[in-house]
Ligand binder design. Structure first.
Ligand code: GLN
Length: 274
């Protein structure tokens, strides 16, 4: 007997997938299968393949190759961190800080899918940005997203690592705003993350070194050189990290402007001014 919609819901629920009915609806929609009609043979093969991946805890967005974030849909792949709603608070804060009538230069450190920079540019039509990533594969995803959203002409892509000595020469100076969601999970915590994250988000985007603060430290040393006087840096923080991040950047001469909570009340975005 062929699979029905309710069978799929049950299979997902038995696999301990949260919101099984919602996910079943998304899978049916993705395959353009009518959830009220009998599933035919070819559809069933495709459905079972998606279920196999999801039951192995591949996150839904990585299976579908796309994810909603802020106001747009972004292409994602194994090479980029899945955009998370927690990060939207950083996007909102950056947009509030950017004057809308004059051109602004925005730098995104570790752009991944490009979701932060492209969301900010979407609401700030006069701004342009530089998207930096150490991973060429991630930059390809960001480039694709910029094209899909019609913003390629406002973004420069740069394959570089802020750990490299000549980073500043590569990216240049005079940025009005820096945004970054750097890797911040302490190396020893990575094994404790849920499989959706541990196995399907790139380790490069997660591993924050021994104490989780290694990349913040490096970015803090660079930021005063990269920013214009009066410019801002907005950083995503892991849970419980915000105060220490503020101290690291204050030690390099920046001034704490605000620590903003995400929608769960976690101190998620640290904002400092030069
Ligand atoms: N927010 C991600 C998580 O908790 C981590 C992202 C990062 O290291 N920047 O899984």
């Amino acid at each position: 007997m062929s699979l029905s919609f309710n069978d799929v819901v049950r299979i997902l629920a038995e696999g301990k997938i949260p919101s099984p009915r919602l996910e079943a609806r998304i899978l049916f929609e993705y395959l353009e299968v009518d959830q009220f009609a009998p599933v035919d043979g070819a559809q069933e093969v495709r459905l079972r393949e998606l279920l196999r991946k999801r039951l192995a805890h591949a996150p839904l967005d990585k299976i579908l190759g796309k994810r909603e974030f802020y106001k747009n849909t972004f292409a994602v792949s194994k090479d980029v961190l899945t955009p998370r709603p927690d990060t939207e608070v950083l996007v909102e804060a950056a947009i509030e800080l950017i004057p809308k009538k004059i051109p602004q230069k925005i730098l995104d450190l570790g752009t991944g899918s490009g979701c932060i920079l492209l969301s900010v540019l979407g609401d700030c039509p006069k701004a342009c940005g530089m998207a930096v990533d150490k991973s060429e594969a991630a930059l390809a995803v960001a480039r694709h997203n910029a094209e899909a959203l019609g913003m390629s002409n406002r973004v420069t892509f740069m394959n570089a690592s802020w750990l490299d000595a000549d980073f500043e020469e590569h990216v240049g100076v005079g940025f009005d705003i820096i945004v970054s969601n750097p890797p911040y999970i302490p190396t020893s915590d990575i094994l404790t993350l849920e499989p959706e994250v541990r196995q399907y988000d790139p380790i490069l985007a997660l591993d924050g070194g021994k104490d989780g603060f290694e990349h913040y430290q490096k970015i803090a040393e660079l930021a005063p050189h990269l920013l214009k006087q009066g410019g801002y840096i907005l950083l995503e923080a892991g849970q419980g990290q915000a105060q220490r991040i503020a101290e690291i950047f204050e030690h390099e001469g920046l001034h704490l402007s605000e620590i903003r909570p995400d929608l769960s009340g976690i101190e998620r975005c640290v904002i400092l001014k030069k």
